[in-house]
Design a protein around this ligand. Structure first.
Ligand code: TRP
Length: 476
């Protein structure tokens, strides 16, 4: 499997192990932590959901992250190419790689729209839109924003344009420069919000909501029937937040130097990602409860609640808000880059296109699909695809998000785990894991999880979810 160093370098390599951690953390940390985690936690009732989520991160997320990086570094290819090579051109496994490309396509299409919201809020604070406004006006600004089709389309175009532009310039030049500086600043601004929230907001209310489990909420609908949806959502969130299940980390691993210990680098990424989600969650809920709002605000949660704090802070708050939304847009950009990079790497390796044409082809396709999401709360308001756990119809953007996180990513993750556990060359996977002084014992634990536990858990939840919510009714 080892290729000559020169060939590997020509394809592109991270300048160091730390750079890989930063780039992978840059992919993982994004809207998933600050927008998605707080809002679905609210939708599914807090406590039990959060604890189950943390369990998923440990038992499914971490092992799978290691797996993707091992596969990527071993094959030094995009997901499709990696599966093709490692399975010796087996058609089925090549198809799994394609599934990853499809997930990237779907996710980036609506991710770009949400990222547009952060840009819109950035501008709102620059132009001092919220000056002198009260709670209800600040909250309703969100609905006004999403019901304006032209505004939604404009931001979507700007964000996708920026993503495409950066990916065209290649992996190193495009990414490494900024991540080091801006990610710590995002973390800093979240910490300021956290401290503000804990001191001025309802700290007790937030912590109780987020960590006090009411297990019924994890398994029952409003009317008291069993539903696997909250558990599936928690697992899906672990996939989404850690950028797993579609080969983004396979692609990033493919640029990783041979000397890096994968288990340690992955642990760092999981730790940072989870920390940021929790900090964002706690900050948001302290402010939410202090303002006597309900947790189930839907996808607008972050955008409704954080401005309340910024406005209440006065002049400093405005400056902080401007920095915060800009940094969040940047975090979203580094995640978006990783999504587009997967699609691009595939077109480059397999269709033999140049980077420029590969990126344009993928980027424009994703942009076009994203138009449906940009219009989903205005012109396409009446269009629904899936239903939520209580049977209410969901708009296009929410449905695409559900399709990707509850189905595409877990299905992809299941096969990735299954492949490494049962099909990949034993000597090679062990060599990859132990490289850079990896521990033999940890290898055994990881390999056991990825063979018997991770894929089985994912499979069971998937079967329940598909049965219940796609209406097969096998278990009724
Ligand atoms: N993890 C990113 C976030 O939390 C989103 C993301 C980037 C992603 N690349 C991905 C999700 C690949 C799934 C797969 O915002």
């Amino acid at each position: 499997m080892s290729q000559p160093r020169g060939e590997i370098e020509k394809r592109g390599l991270w300048s160091s192990g730390l750079m890989f951690i930063l780039a992978a953390a840059g992919s993982a940390i994004g809207l998933g932590n600050v927008w998605r985690f707080p809002y679905i936690t609210g939708t599914y009732g807090g406590g039990a959901f959060v604890i189950f989520y943390l369990g998923c991160v440990l038992v499914v997320g971490y092992p799978l992250l290691v797996t993707e990086v091992v596969i990527g570094r071993s094959a030094r290819k995009n997901p499709v190419g990696a599966f093709k090579t490692l399975s010796r051109e087996n058609k089925f496994w090549t198809l799994v790689g394609f599934l990853g490309i499809l997930s990237g396509f779907v996710i980036l299409s609506y991710y770009s729209v949400i990222a547009g919201w952060t840009l819109d809020y950035f501008v709102k604070f620059v132009t001092n839109d919220f000056a002198g406004k009260g709670r209800d006006e600040i909250i309703s600004a969100f609905n006004q924003m999403i019901s304006d089709p032209a505004r939604q389309l404009t931001w979507h175009s700007i964000f996708m344009g920026a993503t495409i532009g950066i990916v065209i310039f290649g992996i190193k030049e495009g990414l490494e420069r900024w991540i080091e500086i801006l990610m710590p600043l995002l973390f800093l601004s979240l910490l300021i919000l956290l401290v503000y929230g804990l001191v001025r907001g309802d700290a007790v209310g937030a912590l109780r909501f987020l960590f006090e489990p009411d297990w019924k909420k994890l398994v029952l609908t409003k009317s008291g029937e069993f539903t696997p949806r909250p558990m599936m959502e928690a697992m899906g969130q672990a996939f989404f937040s850690l950028s797993l299940g579609m080969g983004a980390m396979i692609t990033y691993g493919s640029y990783l130097g041979d000397e890096v210990r994968i288990s340690r680098a992955s642990a760092m990424i999981v730790f940072l990602d989870t920390l940021i989600a929790l900090v964002a969650g706690i900050a948001i809920y302290t402010i939410l409860f202090a303002n006597k709002l309900a947790p189930a605000q839907g996808p607008g949660l972050t955008f409704k609640v954080l401005p309340l704090a910024f406005v209440q802070m006065g002049g400093v708050g405005r400056v902080l808000a401007i920095c915060f939304f800009l940094l969040l847009a940047f975090a979203a950009l580094t995640s978006a880059i990783s999504l587009l990079e997967v699609v691009t790497a595939f077109f480059i390796d397999d269709l033999k296109l140049s980077r420029r044409w590969a990126t344009l082809l993928g980027g424009v396709g994703i942009y076009l699909l994203g138009i449906f999401s940009a219009l989903s709360y205005n012109l396409l308001k009446g269009v629904h695809i899936f239903r939520d756990k209580d049977g209410n119809p969901m708009p296009v953007l929410d449905s695409l998000d559900l399709l990707a996180t509850n189905y595409l990513l877990p299905i992809g993750g299941f096969f990735i785990a299954f492949f490494l556990g049962w099909f990949m060359d034993k000597v090679e996977k062990k060599r990859q894991f132990l490289e850079g002084k990896g521990s033999e014992r940890l290898y055994k634990i990881w390999h056991f999880l990825i063979r018997y536990i991770t894929p089985v858990l994912v499979f069971i939840l998937l079967v329940f979810e598909i049965d219940k919510h796609l209406g097969l009714g096998i278990f009724e």
